[in-house]
Write a protein that binds this ligand. Structure first.
Ligand code: AMP
Ligand code: MG
Length: 398
């Protein structure tokens, strides 16, 4: 049996690069950006007017002029015009190019317009260049606006769109098979006999990977050695990652570790000093990574959140993501020589700190408890008493 720390280290030795691919902007949400986004022109691309009003020369205002004959209108979307600027103004709209000759905008709110003359109301002071967003102020043409390696959110989509990227390079995702094992399992659309249960775990794993847009195939194997051998052999050849649930404990029909061994998979570990999820098995071939998680629903879920998703994030170059911590809302004791993953509900306090309310549930089979929690607080194995207020890593899944 190895420690959680050692298991994590071994998993991190198997990080693989699945390459890159180009997708349409509309399909890029949630993917990992694999190119720097550079502005194709200055941002803003012209001296952009920020309010509806008039454009004047500051110099005229500084000399005491308050009433300005209106020469015309500059609308958004019209090419940049020139005007006999001295002593005059143009009406100008938000998003328009500043008319040549002018340098300052006064909002309609501060104007009285009568018979073709705009007069600035008393009590309003003007600074030169007001309400103009100057060309190139945010970014120069060719400058990197977003560095590669981040998850594409609506913010990155907005930036990619403004620089005209109809397509975008993203990290390729691994192909994944998620396999349930066990004679007691039926698919979720079937009506289970009294001795059967629905194979919910594979849907939980699929949904977790779905958060990163990984497309998965969901398979099932009965506790039958030959069937396990045949289906595993096929899966190891066909997928970048195989995630199994169940069949890795000490039971008479837990054939998975033995068959993986016979198929030549390199075992990196079996059994981790943790609760839940002790019988966790992990290995690799040249082309495939295998996470074989114990079948208890909370164990499978915790294993996915704590091991599979961090592995995936590293493969996608996202290891720099900030770790979260939370403080215990109440004292907690656990005196086994094991790392304990405590089911907790997150509580945000008004002073800005994050706390964790223990929600123990009825052990690793109590999957309904998952709906009451936000994540798992990782409590180290060398400590038995964890006082209220002590802070520990939080593996949040919401
Ligand atoms: P095992 O790890 O195969 O010994 O299974 C441990 C427990 O988890 C048993 O009660 C199984 O019925 C249950 N279990 C195994 N696989 C699944 C699954 N895909 N969905 C829900 N429960 C499962
Ligand atoms: Mg089983």
């Amino acid at each position: 049996m190895i420690t959680v720390k050692e298991a994590t280290r071994l998993i991190n030795t198997t990080i693989r690069d699945f390459g890159v691919e180009e997708v349409t902007l509309g399909n890029s949400l949630g993917r990992v950006l694999a190119e720097d986004l550079k502005s194709d022109r200055d941002l803003p691309p012209f001296d952009r007017v920020m309010y509806d009003g008039i454009a004047i020369r500051y110099e005229d205002y500084a000399k005491g002029q308050r009433s300005f004959p209106i020469l015309g209108v500059q609308a958004a979307g019209a090419p940049r015009a020139a005007a006999e600027a001295e002593g005059n103004c143009v009406e100008i709209m938000t998003g328009a190019v500043l008319t040549i000759g002018f340098d300052t905008v006064v909002q309609y709110e501060w104007l009285e317009i009568k018979e073709g003359v705009a007069t600035i109301r008393p009590g309003y002071t003007i600074q030169k260049g007001r309400h103009i967003h100057p060309k190139g102020m945010d970014h120069q043409q060719g400058e990197v606006i977003v560095k590669q390696g981040c998850i594409i959110t609506p913010a990155e989509i907005s930036i990619a769109a403004t620089i005209g990227q109809t397509k975008i390079w993203v990290r390729r995702l691994p192909t994944a098979a998620i396999i349930s094992t066990g004679n007691e399992l039926v698919d979720i659309g079937e009506t289970p006999e009294p001795h059967q249960i629905r194979r919910s775990n594979v849907y939980a794993i699929a949904a977790s990977l779905g958060g990163y847009n990984v497309q998965v195939d969901i398979l099932h194997i009965d506790d039958e050695e030959e069937e396990i051998r045949a289906k595993l052999e096929m899966s190891l050849a066909a997928y970048d990652v195989v995630i199994l649930s169940g069949g890795v404990s000490m039971g008479k029909f837990d054939f998975i570790p033995q068959v993986l061994d016979e198929l030549g998979v390199e075992k990196l570990f079996h059994k981790v000093a943790q609760r839940p999820g002790k019988p966790f098995w992990f290995g690799q071939t040249d082309s495939c990574i295998i996470f074989a998680l114990p079948g208890n629903p909370v164990s499978t879920f915790m294993g996915t959140i704590r091991y599979v998703l961090p592995w995936l994030r590293r493969c996608l170059g996202l290891e720099g993501m900030t770790r979260q911590y939370a403080r215990l809302q109440e004292d907690f004791s656990f005196d086994k020589e094991m790392q304990y993953f405590l089911s907790v509900k997150k509580v945000n306090h008004a002073d800005g700190t994050t706390w964790a309310q223990p929600m123990k549930g009825n052990g690793s089979g109590d999957l309904a408890n998952l709906a009451r929690i936000d994540g798992f607080l990782e409590l180290p194995m060398d400590t038995a008493f964890f006082p209220k207020g002590s802070a520990w890593p939080l593996w949040e899944f919401r």
